[in-house]
Design a protein around this ligand. Structure first.
Ligand SMILES: [Zn+2]
Length: 318
């Protein structure tokens, strides 16, 4: 992987914009930093929160040496709060606490910062509680919302924040950065950023696609495929697979030369593949709003539906 990818060099543009606002004294109190998964909004949020509490920041970064910076490094800065629930939902209690934290006077310096990771995972009640905080901004306090899927946020939250979009390169620019990545083709785009740039995600993508291929060749059952649905990306990958199959059927072989799915592309009809894609996309939309148990159930039901569809296509042909 190139240094540009490791350092996410495209964040420089975002940082320059933010610094200009700080210099003008115009940095908004609520910022929504969003982009597709792993695009860099996490790094940008951390960078900004450190810079905001630092006592002598440079134009580029926090100084790394002042009392505030040392407390940040030790994870004990009293005026900086990180909310990170991983992939779990963020409940109303957490958000209320953060709101109360922002109302208090700062201990060191003047500034207080709350950063919420993966804020798209807030429950509706939590989002409504956050609205209160957004409507009553306190002096010298900043709320940084890091978001990996802006479609999942309430429009009322989005409209009350200043939006900063993190946008990594796509197409040829992306290919130039990922010159050794066998996953890239002419159709690679920003949505695939996670597997194109993160080696762990890439590994699970490859494993998942092998399972998927076996399933499409009908050498494993739906319940065996289900074991591969342990990544937050799995449903997107399933959609991607049907997209690729449709592209291969549409005669874009050249762009997808040597693609593993070539061997199954003509096993199914165009109509069946479109239906599979539509089912997967509908499930993907629905699932984001469900609890874990219901997610599992929805994926199981989806795979059964698709399997029915694909077998139907086979028996019709035979
Ligand atoms: Zn400092």
């Amino acid at each position: 992987m190139s240094d540009d990818l490791t350092s996410k060099s495209w964040l420089t543009l975002n940082k320059t914009d933010i610094q200009a606002k700080i210099n003008q004294g115009l940095l908004p109190h609520a910022l929504l930093l969003f982009g597709s998964s792993l695009a860099g909004q996490e790094e940008l949020g951390l960078w900004l929160s450190k810079k905001l509490v630092c006592q002598q920041p440079t134009q580029e970064n926090a100084c790394g040496q002042c009392k505030a910076c040392r407390l940040v490094q030790a994870n004990t800065h009293p005026d900086l709060q990180f909310i990170d629930n991983g992939e779990k939902t963020i409940g109303v209690d957490i958000v209320r606490k953060a709101g109360a934290f922002m109302q208090k006077t700062a201990h060191i310096g003047k500034t207080k910062v709350v950063l919420i990771h993966a804020c798209e995972n807030m429950t509706e009640a939590a989002a409504n509680a956050l609205l209160k905080t957004l409507e009553e901004p306190t002096k010298n306090s900043y709320l940084l919302l890091v978001c990996n899927d802006i479609d999942l946020l309430l429009p009322t939250i989005i409209s009350r924040c200043s939006q900063i979009k993190v946008q990594p390169p796509v197409g040829h620019e992306l290919a130039a950065l990922i010159n050794d990545n066998e996953l890239i083709n002419d159709f690679s785009n920003i949505n695939q950023f996670a597997e194109l740039t993160d080696s762990k995600v890439k590994q699970s993508y490859i494993e998942f696609n092998q399972l998927l291929l076996n399933w499409l060749q009908q050498t494993i059952s739906s319940s065996e495929l289900l074991t591969g649905f342990d990544s937050i990306h799995s449903l997107r990958w399933l959609s991607h697979c049907f997209n690729q199959l449709l592209r291969i059927q549409s005669g874009w072989q050249q762009a997808l030369q040597g693609h593993a799915l070539m061997s199954v592309a003509n096993k199914y009809s165009n109509e069946q593949l479109w239906q599979c894609l539509a089912l997967t996309q509908a499930a993907n939309k629905q699932i984001k709003l469900l609890t874990q148990a219901n997610k599992n159930f929805t994926i199981e039901a989806l795979l059964v539906d698709i399997e029915d569809l694909l077998q139907q296509s086979n028996s019709d042909k035979g």
